[in-house]
Design a protein around this ligand. Structure first.
Ligand SMILES: C[S@@+](CC[C@H](N)C(=O)[O-])C[C@H]1O[C@@H](n2cnc3c(N)ncnc32)[C@H](O)[C@@H]1O
Length: 403
């Protein structure tokens, strides 16, 4: 059997292993990792190939699933055709798509070629919660691999030059953002955590859209902020950098393990203006960031299994929790201070509807227009950063000022 033939067999075996769970398991990526770990013969190139094929299957599940029962070979060929053209997939795709026309870039053209429905690729509730997501160009962005964005801790020329020089020496091309001087896209499939730049705390992996959340709020240097849902600290580190050494961030979360990780990252970055809180905050702050737990529909290009495991009931439950978090932490904003609310959800129910409900019962707050909008889509309150605008994950952000 040819190499591509045996790779197809392995791919179909992996599909059979995850199929029972792919419409129910929110932790499917962990199962995929376990399957890879159990296959001792897999090298990093094999993992890259099968990961891309499995994630493509999940992205286009309603197109692939019926074929698996009637014609598994055709299902595998269709996945190969839809998969991204990467160094790890190129030979496999060439072999399996020999007699196929080149795969067009848009979902509409792919659907027309395969005589399938584009609308089937998103759960129907999402089109009601975020109509733009179900249409080009956001539908196309949601069905494309996410780019890899880095945030350099500083935008100064020597730091940037040092990082770019290391990546160039490794053969990794980069592209700098045209509007955020310290945002850099890595145009190679590479593990930055193995680089000197990462070890010495010069950079963090952070999607460009995520970086835009705090950048849209024009954070003033020297202020005291609370990052109420800090997690492992992606935005805490960015906030600490924006506030400068005269400013300060207190970080809280209900997950102590994530806060321990945050501490490690802060130490690596050399940031001394971050304190991790071990109990709920009792004081007031100039600003509070609530990067709320959400259903994560903005991350579906990165985590396509969530399209099939998230339910409208979970969206409603998340919205309830988000409203409670806003109410809880609003008490810790000083008069004249700000509350920044953010999610990585595309659903209006978790975004502007939550903020509108909060403002209706907390009349001491008013919504402010963003200081910088980055061409994001205005909502009745706040901004939606849709995936196609800057080829990012999807986010929502609103800035609320306390009277
Ligand atoms: C979207 S994640 C935060 C991501 C993080 N800000 C970052 O940039 O990497 C939401 C976080 O909210 C935390 N969380 C959930 N309920 C909470 C609560 N009641 N109080 C504080 N944090 C909470 C979760 O543990 C999770 O880490």
């Amino acid at each position: 059997m040819s190499l591509a033939g045996s790779q197809q067999k392995i791919f179909l075996r992996l599909v059979t292993a995850i199929r029972p769970n792919w419409r129910s398991d929110q932790n499917l990526p962990a199962q995929i990792q376990e399957l890879f770990a159990a296959n001792r013969s897999f090298g990093s190139r094999d993992r890259r190939l099968y990961r891309e094929l499995l994630y493509t299957t999940l992205r286009y599940l309603p197109w692939i699933e019926p074929l698996l029962d009637t014609d598994p070979h055709r299902a595998a060929q269709t996945v190969a055709w839809l998969a991204a053209d990467l160094p790890a997939t190129r030979a496999y795709r060439t072999e399996h798509c020999r007699d196929w026309a080149p795969c067009p870039p848009t979902v509409a053209a792919k659907a027309a070629h395969l005589k399938l429905e584009a609308a089937a690729l998103l759960p129907d509730w999402l089109a009601r919660h975020c109509p733009e997501a179900a249409l080009a160009p956001n539908l196309d962005a949601l069905h494309t691999r996410s780019p890899l964005w880095l945030r350099l801790q500083t935008a100064d020329a020597p730091t940037t030059a040092r990082v770019i020089a290391e990546f160039t020496a490794l053969g990794w091309p980069t592209r700098r953002s045209t509007f955020l001087p310290n945002a850099v896209e890595l145009l190679a499939e590479a593990d930055v955590t193995k680089t000197k730049s990462w070890e010495s705390g010069l950079l963090e992996v952070q999607d460009l859209g995520s970086q835009l959340i705090l950048e849209s709020a024009a954070i003033a240097r020297g202020e005291r902020w609370l990052d109420a849902c800090a997690g492992a600290g992606g935005k805490t580190l960015q906030l600490a950098t924006l506030l400068g050494s005269a400013g300060h961030v207190a970080a809280s979360d209900i997950r102590p393990a994530a806060l321990r990780e945050l501490q490690i990252r802060a130490t690596r970055a050399g940031l001394t203006n971050i304190t991790v809180l071990s109990a709920p905050p009792t004081t007031t702050y100039d600003g509070i960031l609530i990067d709320a737990p959400c259903t994560g529909s903005g991350t579906w290009r990165r985590a396509p299994h969530l399209k099939w495991t998230t339910t409208p009931g979970q969206v409603a439950a998340a919205a309830e929790k988000q409203l409670a978090l806003l109410a809880q932490f609003s008490a810790n904003v000083r008069p004249g201070g700000r509350l920044i609310y953010a999610t990585c959800s595309l659903s209006r129910l978790e975004n502007e509807d939550v903020v509108t409900a909060f403002l209706a019962t907390h009349t001491e707050f008013t919504a402010e227009p963003p200081a910088r909008a980055f061409k994001a889509t205005p909502r009745p309150v706040g901004l939606a950063i849709l995936p196609a605008q800057h080829n990012t994950d999807g986010f929502y952000v609103a800035a609320l000022r306390k009277k």
